[in-house]
Unconditional design. Structure first.
Length: 603
């Protein structure tokens, strides 16, 4: 959508150019703004995205060159075409230094001005191609790395599932040294656990107090805590920070290669005097341990436990340093839970859920706590291993899929929910109720959000079953959910189709009633839609571009008026059709019908 601003202290000049030039038909310009002073032009620039400014040089109070300098401060990508009644070298020289696209003498003719506009549009197109190039995009993306990295970790925390290839691609793109099977990586080569990225996770809670910090202050505090954590941990660990939906800070850490080798060497040295190495059946397989041969130590269960323990001890000590630094420099108290080590990426959602469980169970309102949590939830004596349904709550939720109109994915989600119910909770009425009411809530939400009640969408049988879902057998509940999902889909898609049909009728009516001054931008403003989106919706609904329809409608109307309104002259018909340039009207009419308007009338 290209927009042009005409600036001249003579109103007749800007009015003449706005009417004379076929801006939309020939140049694709959707909006032409007019100003009779530099101040008025600046006011338009501050409120509107202008791509090309065509301005006179000599104007009172603020001349064209000063206007260009001022506009450069607002939008450095705007292109300029200068008009002048004086062929003066100094003006031309300064115009070139101002990087204007073209310098034209008044009175300006149509073709040179139109060619200058085309040149400016080509320059803009090239600039935006450069902006969109991979090199530029990569540079811009690197500036967004912290945000993009935090978002990816948050998705993994919430259980979003990536294929191995897709996850590796995201990790490479964001330059994150995490991944599974990274046996040749600079940071993992030589690790005791070959082929695995072993990670731990820290969940940090900013303890509540009476400081009365606002949201902006808390953001600064979170930023400060993250910086402190990265500084403390950074020498020994690679740190991947994020923030969860509960305002906890989350740090995924992986030990650096040099630190890992140092820990391994320390343990090897301390164990060099161990006389025996046992296999899994506790039989002697070595009577002498080679201190520097790591392969010989693999059979020794004691050493297998020592290396993770050493890592954990180091991480725990540094977590205490984080607490002390936050207290000292930010005057805040934080509580930290540390997970055990596990393989990336599988450990991420499991460790996160475990840390949340530990935080809820043990911390309460106490402050400044530090705890190490295991990856497995312990089972209290005498109690069963009841847990929540994974398929029901793993993201994206059923509600999110319905709201996004991803109907196939929503159907797959329902299949997963009922498969888990059937295999893991077939005899649990509580889990069946949990799933039924959750699914019912999702359906109700999407129906109500679209101004409908479920009673309007469901058959009487399905509505009656909705009131007794808790007692419905699993097969009946599965069938009900599938039918309701399809009913909601049919209604919403039918409503969308109806809305688009009404939109097309509204557009056609507006064109018919405003043919004299209709434009693509005027149509978009009338229906309160973005110009580009309007064109896509119209094309999807009718199979025809809106600009093509507008042109065809004008030509059909022209042919009708030539035959049935013989008292009107050609220029009058052109004006009524929105063509203020009669020669241009004759040109496009001949292109459409193979003859001039007068020849068409005479025939």
């Amino acid at each position: 959508m290209m927009q042009v601003l005409l600036v001249d202290d003579e109103r007749s000049v800007v009015e003449g150019l706005s009417l004379r030039i076929p801006w939309e038909e020939e140049l694709g310009v959707t909006a032409v703004y007019k100003a009779t002073s530099g101040a008025a032009a600046l006011a338009i620039m501050e409120q509107t995205s202008i791509h090309i400014v065509i301005t006179d040089i000599r104007m009172p109070e603020m001349d064209g060159l000063e206007l260009i300098r001022r506009i450069r401060g607002l939008n450095r990508r705007t292109k300029f075409i200068l008009l002048s009644g004086h062929a003066e070298f100094d003006y031309a020289k300064e115009a070139l230094s101002s990087q204007v696209t073209e310098y034209l003498l008044k009175p300006v003719k149509d073709e040179p001005l139109m060619e200058a506009v085309r040149l400016a549009m080509r320059e803009l197109h090239k600039e935006w191609e450069m902006i969109a190039s991979l090199q530029q995009a990569g540079s811009a993306m690197r500036e967004s790395f912290p945000t993009l990295r935090a978002k990816l970790l948050l998705e993994l925390l919430q259980g979003f599932r990536y294929s191995n290839e897709r996850l590796e691609e995201r990790l490479r793109m964001l330059e994150l040294p995490f991944g599974r099977g990274r046996t040749r990586g600079a940071e993992t080569q030589g690790s005791f656990y070959e082929g695995e990225d072993l990670c731990s996770m820290l969940l940090i809670r900013i303890d509540p107090d009476d400081s009365g910090y606002g949201s902006q202050d808390m953001s600064l505090i979170e930023y400060g805590i993250t910086n402190i954590a990265e500084e403390v941990l950074g020498e020994a660990f690679m740190v991947w920070p994020s923030k969860d939906a509960l305002d906890h800070l989350v740090l995924l850490v992986k030990i650096r290669r040099a630190e890992d080798q140092e820990l391994t060497g320390t343990i090897q040295g301390s164990m060099s005097s161990v006389p025996l190495v046992l296999n899994d059946d506790e039989q002697v397989v070595h009577s002498q341990v080679e201190p520097l041969n790591i392969g010989a130590y693999r059979a020794n269960q004691a050493q297998n436990n020592c290396i993770p323990a050493a890592r954990h001890k180091l991480l725990e000590e540094q977590a205490m340093d984080i607490q002390q630094h936050v207290e000292q420099f930010l005057n805040k108290s934080v509580s930290i839970v540390i997970s055990e080590w596990g393989s990336f990426p599988h450990m991420v959602p499991t460790a996160y859920d475990r840390l949340l469980h530990e935080m809820r169970k043990y911390f309460g309102s106490d402050t400044g706590l530090l705890k190490v949590a295991g990856l497995q939830v312990e089972v209290e004596e005498g109690r069963s291993t009841i847990r929540s349904m994974e398929a029901l709550y793993s993201p994206p939720s059923l509600t999110q899929l319905l709201e996004a109109g991803r109907w196939e994915s929503a159907g797959e989600k329902l299949i997963c929910i009922f498969e888990e119910l059937g295999t893991s909770w077939a005899h649990s009425k509580e889990h069946r109720m949990e799933a039924a009411y959750s699914i019912m809530a999702s359906f109700s939400y999407i129906a109500h959000k679209n101004g409908k009640g479920l009673e309007e969408l469901l058959s009487s049988e399905d509505m009656a079953l909705a009131y007794r879902l808790a007692d419905a057998p699993l097969p009946q509940l599965r069938g009900w959910a599938g039918r309701v999902c399809q009913s909601i889909r049919s209604d919403l898609e039918g409503g969308a189709k109806s809305s688009r049909t009404k939109l097309v009728m509204q557009i056609h009516e507006y064109i018919a009633n405003n043919l004299t001054n209709v434009s693509m931008q005027a149509i978009a403003d009338h229906v309160y839609l973005n110009h580009d989106y309007l064109s896509k919706v119209y094309k999807a609904e009718t199979g025809e571009y809106l600009s093509d329809y507008l042109f065809r409608y004008r030509m059909d109307k022209a042919a009708y008026m030539l035959l049935h309104h013989t008292q009107l002259r050609i220029y009058q018909i052109a004006e009524q059709l929105g063509y203020l340039n009669t020669p241009y009207f004759i040109k496009v009419f001949r292109k459409q019908y193979g003859m001039t308007p007068q020849e068409y009338r005479d025939k």
